[in-house]
Design a protein around this ligand. Structure first.
Ligand SMILES: [Zn+2]
Length: 131
């Protein structure tokens, strides 16, 4: 384990038995930590950070292990309930956007299938005996 000291945080790197390394970031100023948006990666700035595991603590906070799918940054820490709720809202919004995109893609694929079928009919490539 290494300890790095920055202005207001301590980073501890831990290598898990699987060989994967994670960073535990301990903020010295809890107020700053509690304002942080958890979906934003502290390393690359991507807003796609996902929770890998979570558990509630006795004092109402949440222990989360977070991973950035963009750069692979992984960290764990204790976070305020409001932070976790904002992360959950962000994840819900992302899921809604993905479902909407999937529906648009499905419709576009269906429209392309219909266009190809009509073109095949017009070209005489589909005959009654094909059915
Ligand atoms: Zn990242």
């Amino acid at each position: 384990m290494n300890h790095d000291r920055h202005e207001n945080r301590a980073i501890r790197r831990i290598v898990l038995p699987s060989g994967r390394a994670i960073e535990v970031i301990r903020f010295n100023n809890r107020a700053d930590e509690d304002r942080r948006e958890l979906q934003v990666c502290p390393r690359c700035g991507s807003d796609l950070v996902q929770p890998l595991s979570w558990s509630e603590t006795a004092d109402g906070r949440w222990n989360l292990m977070l991973e950035c799918p963009n750069c692979g940054h992984c960290e764990s820490g204790s976070f305020a309930r409001r932070q976790v709720e904002r992360l959950e809202d962000h994840l819900d919004q992302g899921l809604t956007e993905m479902i909407s995109d999937l529906q648009r893609l499905t419709k576009a694929n269906m429209a392309a299938d219909v266009d190809r079928f009509v073109a095949a009919l017009d070209s005489g490539l589909i005959l009654p005996e094909d059915f």
